[in-house]
Design a protein around this ligand. Sequence first.
Ligand code: PMP
Length: 405
Amino acid sequence: MELEKKLSKVSKRIKSSLIRELLDLKDPEMISFGGGVPDPDTFPRHEIAKIASEVIENEHRVTLQYGSTGGDNILKEQYIKLLKKHENIDNLDVDNLLITVGSQQALYLLGITFLDEESYCGVSRPIYLGAASAFQQRDPKFINVPLLEDGMDLDYLEKELEKLNKEGNIEKFKFLYVISNFHNPAGVTMGIEKRKKVVELANKYDFIIVEDDPYGALRFEGEKLPSIYSMAPERTILLNTFSKVLSPGLRLGLVVGPKDMVKRISMAKQAADLCTPALTQRIGARYLERFDLIEGIQPTIEIYREKKNLMMKLVEEKLGDIKGIKWINPEGGLFTWITLPEGFDTLEMFEIAKEEKILYIPGTAFYVDEPDNNTMRLSFCLPTKEKIKEGMDRLRKTIDRYAKE
Ligand code: PMP
């Protein structure tokens, strides 16, 4: 059969993820700065195992059954308490929350709920790959807002919005997608003035703000900033996840937003999977009753902080003399973002990197327009300190070989 002829337009648009392909390179000699996955040794597996066993034995009528599409109310109530304690977010009830299968599903559902082919959505440049692929399925028009060291270039965004306004197209601008803390892939955090400005623009031009914040709890230094959600709860959809603070294997994500929006997103979820697994939701709920997620993650943050500091020291020492190189020193999260001089193509250079047995993610993966080919994402969370040292030597060697060839 000629499969191509059977495929939908959407399916033809879907490309296999470059990251997934690169991470499939399984070679024990390889040092990987590639994947942004947490260190599995940091997962509280004994506690989770105990709770899992208890909720299967004692609560099987819930945990082994279908649940409601909106999600487990016990989990939602626990999460509302957490948002109040750690994020100063008040006045929520269970209808402001939707539990999703990771925040990746929330991104997909946002696409279904808000975007059509004629819609516009604002995204950062570079953009989180998973958001790009979720939104791309709807084939909207992207407004690619350059990222600066303190977050999106809002002057650029404002000009684009004004242009849409003049053309009579501003109503087609549905939402701005923002990763407020420790951006994936770029590592940058949006400063407080910019957060306020985003709200000002959203009020002026009447759009939704989607604030994706999987890394906010992983702050190593600097002051915690108020969420955009807390500044504009009436028009912001906040995405949170258990993936970076407890375990991605549970696949628990949360949408927090105005009730009417949450209801609409929930209606889209019904068609996707009926409900998030009742079992993992109840494990999450009982875990939150007993442990404070944010306090629990502190020892892990210590480990990440040390690794980040080491990597950034080495970037400066080993790569700092390369003329025109730039890098981001993140205040938290899992990534740093390196821009090599003009003329480098990190995807092409990847062939040499493989020979040198060092893995990074070429920046081209993170654009929905013409990519900046000289960029790359490095993650410091998984390799040991020794591997980080050795890996930075290999990276320098790779860069030197590429420059010569
Ligand atoms: N948003 C961002 C910015 C991410 O980096 C990730 C995970 N890499 C996700 C969403 C999705 O996370 P999950 O589905 O595991 O909650």
